[in-house]
Design a protein around this ligand. Structure first.
Ligand SMILES: [Zn+2]
Ligand SMILES: [Zn+2]
Length: 375
């Protein structure tokens, strides 16, 4: 079968530039696309192979030089006429579908790059009181929103959205790197397959504009550092009418001057003086919902822990409420007046008179152990 001249196949002159050859190839590749040739697929496939072969030779300087000098004989195996160019082969191999998926990116389809908007993250810092009770906060989020002038279409007139000339709607173009054909996103339409002729003045055809959105976030009672609240659809607007992303509000709870949090429980230190610790009495302790009275029994030692049920934090899931643990610290008195010192000395003398140390059982048992240890 006599092969058609490569230049003729592409419909270009022998002096055509590389860009003219490429242009012709793209035009013909689209013409013989299977979608457009449902009725005569086989013929279209044959044509496409010819076009592709011609394109591959004429855009390769080495092959082109050989072809210009020897014609088709340059690539015919076993004839040796072209000296060393026999091995190129491989043209037209494989089914039409393979070639096309190679060219257009398997399954990607044309103009289908309507992509969902990006998710956004917003960091919010809460006081412990806010986290415990729940709070409604207004936040300002810089984001991309759908342009209200063109309703996200990039132009006010739908007829101004036309198929991209560079990729003919494919969204991708094929670049040559040596022997390899590399597929890239179309630089003209950025993969959309369509371009806007008279872009919307407000969004410059992007369909989206930068805007600081003010949102009200309802933060549920019980949140803690690390919790995230998802605001569905409040992320960046999508491209080409695709859905928006989500906004994640990332919670950080500040440390508190009095309370330390452990899940739903709270802990706090309650310093008391030696008189209260010895004789017992009432002491006011703070909770997140105001002060409550705590009974300190007589002879309370330092480190003693009192639990106030239900005075912790509500669980984020369910209705369980944590407890408040009050850790008693017995404080040694400081800045004593001479009168107070006198009273303490008197107290000390009365302790000495007590031979069995019954007022300080811990001290006694400790020194008993020490005696045994050395004795
Ligand atoms: Zn617009
Ligand atoms: Zn394009």
């Amino acid at each position: 079968m006599a092969k058609k001249d490569y230049y003729e196949t592409l419909g270009v002159s022998k002096s055509a530039s590389e860009s003219e050859i490429k242009k012709a190839y793209k035009r013909l590749a689209m013409k013989y696309h299977p979608d457009k040739n449902q009725d005569n697929k086989a013929e279209a496939e044959e044509k496409f192979k010819e076009v592709k072969e011609a394109y591959e030779v004429l855009t390769d300087p080495q092959k082109k030089a050989a072809y210009d000098q020897y014609g088709h004989a340059a690539f015919e195996q076993g004839q040796g006429g072209a000296g060393g160019f026999g091995g190129f082969g491989g043209f037209g191999g494989g089914a039409f579908d393979d070639i096309f998926s190679d060219f257009f990116g398997g399954g990607r389809g044309r103009g289908q790059t309507a992509s969902r908007g990006n998710d956004l993250q917003y960091n919010i810092t809460l006081t412990l009181e806010e986290a415990a009770a729940g709070v409604s906060k207004e936040i300002k989020v810089p984001t991309l929103v759908s342009c209200d002038t063109c309703h996200g279409q990039g132009t006010e007139k739908p007829s101004d959205v036309v198929t991209c000339n560079t990729c003919h709607g494919a969204g991708v173009v094929q670049m040559r790197q040596g022997f390899f054909a590399v597929q890239q996103e179309c630089p003209t339409c950025h993969g959309r397959g369509k371009v806007v002729k008279n872009p919307c003045k407000k969004c410059h055809g992007e369909g989206r504009v930068q805007k600081t959105k003010t949102l009200s976030v309802t933060i549920p009672a019980g949140v803690d550092t690390g919790n995230r609240i998802r605001l569905s659809g409040e992320g960046e607007a999508g491209l080409n009418g695709a859905p928006s992303g989500d906004l994640y509000v990332q919670v950080q709870v500040k440390s508190h001057a009095i309370f330390e949090r452990d899940g739903t429980n709270l802990h706090c230190e309650i310093p008391i003086n030696i008189v209260l610790a010895s004789l017992g009495g009432e002491v006011e302790v703070p909770t997140l919902n105001g002060k409550v009275s705590l009974t300190i029994p007589a002879e309370t030692q330092t480190g003693k822990m009192f639990r106030l049920r239900g005075k912790g934090i509500k669980s984020l899931r369910g209705n369980a409420v944590g407890d408040l643990y009050c850790h008693v610290v017995v404080e040694t008195p400081v800045n004593l007046t001479s009168k107070q010192k006198e009273l303490l000395k008197e107290l000390g003398e009365s302790f000495k008179a007590d031979k069995n140390s019954k007022h300080s059982p811990k001290e006694k048992s400790f020194f008993d152990k020490v005696k045994k240890f050395f004795g």
